[in-house]
Design a binder for this molecule. Structure first.
Ligand code: ASP
Length: 585
């Protein structure tokens, strides 16, 4: 029967005595001359083949002895009981005594070992990604991703969502990140852009009456590369009509809960909700990891009454209690101080308080503060005997970010960020606008289609920074896995918003005229959310890097080293595209 009767992950003791045909790749060969064992691999697993001088014909023996790693072969043989069984393998009870063999394709010696553990470095494995995909860990990740996307599709489809494709060749818009640009051959001097997200299209689908939309879709952002970011990535993009924020939160909490149950077998209670302001105050971060405590204690009240100028001149004095940290030696603490002073963190220094077992305190600022003061700090940070209180101070938002970095680092060191523990939460009431130091103007924090909270439109004039939006993020284990908002659906309000964001009437019309036009033809109230699929899959899979869950990822420099892209174009192609290139790499 064709190339195979079974896969290489399928045969068990029950099959002993059957004659089978298998196909696959040669993973490993052990050749003793009179006896040859081969591990035959495919997507489903590994089956051991045996060639035995006494039981296998000479021709077949000869072919077997000429095999190399990664040859593609087809074999026929009998399933026999294995002498030394391997309990770590599904097929470990049996082996195949081969009677016929055909080499379907030879292989060069692979540049790295294609086994669970490999000797191949990152770059080499990226260059030969198709070989890396043969390895179980990579293959399993791709299969895991498939399982997640299928669960998403089924869940949403069951809830009446319809998957609609939106175009990839669209128009460049200045808000948000930088666009990837595609020159138009047929329209000299004109360009398409690749979508950063299908945002405006999904809103138009709501105007079009689709009611519930989703799409598992590629998005493109030409941003400076940060660790573990991909210039093209996948979103689960969703939009609903006739909804308020509560409807969206319920629906997508449902989806997330379904995934955790379906994929991880984990049941989670109702997701906690936290306002953006509270998240910043308690964790210094709008995507707090709440698998562990170490909440911030603000200390201004109890630390700015003495002669310690560093604290007195600070906008914010804030600390965390590190569980068991009093065990650290002076040297350990000095190292910690160096850690927060690294440019990546940027603190100027760190004050610490040892919480001794006898209830006394010893601090690095004993000159200024007495036991009574320190006891108050301990109370504010929730420190117990045996803990170490770490205190940072300075500009409020910078200090919060620095302490948040320390909190995450300490949690990692203390093993508090367990990959099999899941702590989702909603962060709500995001500010509508964000001040941008560089351009010295306000930007939409989420995007310009986000609706302010009811009754806050007026605030826009006097105190734009204080306006809160109907915008929410879904956070899982310290990662933003989804974000969305209730949209503006009124032409006048949308046009006012563009105004506030510094668009001239002409610019707004040129860039978003189509949306505002559509709003004049009966746009329903609507809102939505988009999940970062790559990150979501990685977290559910209990791993750190999204690259491990993408079949053909780009490297840290945004290059595909396998196909060698980006690349130069030849003159003719450039001419056709009406492009002049002045610099060649
Ligand atoms: N389009 C938004 C984003 O990519 C998500 C949304 O508002 O639905 O962040």
């Amino acid at each position: 029967m064709g190339y195979r009767t079974h896969t290489n992950g399928e045969l068990r003791a029950e099959n002993i005595g059957e004659t089978v045909t298998l196909s696959g790749w040669v993973q490993k060969i052990r050749d003793k001359g009179f006896m040859i064992w081969v591990d035959l691999r495919d997507r489903y697993g590994i089956t051991q083949l045996i060639f035995d001088e006494e039981r296998t014909s000479k021709d077949v023996m000869e072919i077997a002895s000429g095999l190399g790693r990664e040859f593609v072969i087809q074999v026929k043989g009998d399933v026999i009981e294995r002498e030394s069984k391997n309990p770590n393998m599904n097929t470990g009870d049996i082996e195949i005594l081969v009677s016929e063999i055909e080499v379907l394709n030879a292989s060069l010696t692979p540049p790295f070992t294609i086994e669970k553990e490999t000797d191949g470095g990152e770059d080499l494995r990226m260059k030969y990604r198709y070989l890396d995909i043969r390895r179980a860990p990579v293959r399993n990740n791709l299969m895991f991703r498939h399982k997640v996307t299928m669960a998403v599709r089924n869940y949403l489809s069951d809830k009446d969502f319809i998957e609609v494709e939106t175009p990839y060749l669209i128009k460049s818009t200045p808000e948000g990140a930088r666009d990837f640009i595609v020159p138009s051959r047929m329209n000299e001097g004109q360009f398409y852009a690749l979508p950063q997200s299908p945002q405006t299209f999904k809103q138009l689908l709501m105007v079009g009456g689709m009611d519930k939309y989703f799409q598992i879709v590629k998005c493109f952002r030409d941003e400076d590369l940060r660790a573990d970011r991909q210039p093209e990535f996948t979103q689960i993009d969703c939009e609903m009509a006739f909804v308020e924020q509560e409807d969206i939160l319920q629906t997508f909490e449902g989806l997330t809960r379904h995934l955790l149950k379906e994929i991880n077998g984990v049941t989670v209670d109702e997701f906690p909700r936290m306002t953006y302001d509270e998240a910043m105050r308690k964790y210094g971060n709008d995507k707090p990891d709440i698998r562990f405590g170490m909440e911030f204690g603000e200390l201004n009240e109890v630390a700015q009454h003495k002669d310690f100028n560093v604290f007195n001149s600070a906008e914010l004095v804030v600390g965390i209690a590190i569980p068991g940290g009093n065990e650290y030696s002076r040297k350990d603490i000095d190292k910690l101080i160096d850690w927060v002073k690294r440019p990546q963190v940027g603190a100027k220094g760190m004050v610490y308080v040892r919480c001794n077992d006898d209830g006394s305190y010893k601090s690095s600022v004993d000159k200024f503060y007495d036991e009574e003061d320190l006891a108050k700090w301990a109370k504010k940070t929730g420190a117990k005997a045996g803990d170490l209180i770490c205190v940072l101070s300075g500009d409020a938002s910078q200090t919060r970010a620095q302490l948040s970095a320390l909190r995450m680092e300490m949690a990692t060191r203390l093993g508090l960020r367990k990959s099999d523990e899941f702590a989702p939460l909603w962060v709500i009431d995001f500010p509508l606008l964000e001040w941008d130091e560089e351009t010295e103007r306000y930007h939409a924090m989420h995007h310009p289609f986000t609706s302010p909270k009811p009754g806050q439109m007026e605030l826009l004039k006097n105190d734009p920074g204080a306006v809160k939006a109907n915008a929410y993020d879904l956070v899982l284990n310290g990662n933003e896995i989804g974000g969305g908002s209730i949209r503006i659906f009124d032409k006048e309000i949308q046009s006012k918003m563009f105004d506030y964001l510094g668009f001239t009437k002409e610019e707004a019309k040129a860039q978003f005229g189509f949306l505002m036009d559509a709003f004049q033809y009966g746009a329903p109230p609507h809102g939505g959310i988009a999940f970062g699929l790559d990150r979501l899959v990685a977290i559910l899979g209990g791993q750190e890097t999204i690259r491990d869950f993408i079949a053909f990822p780009k490297n840290n420099a945004g290059r595909d080293v396998m196909i060698d892209a980006p690349a130069v174009l030849d003159e003719e192609q450039l001419e056709e595209l009406h492009l002049k290139v002045t610099a060649q790499p």
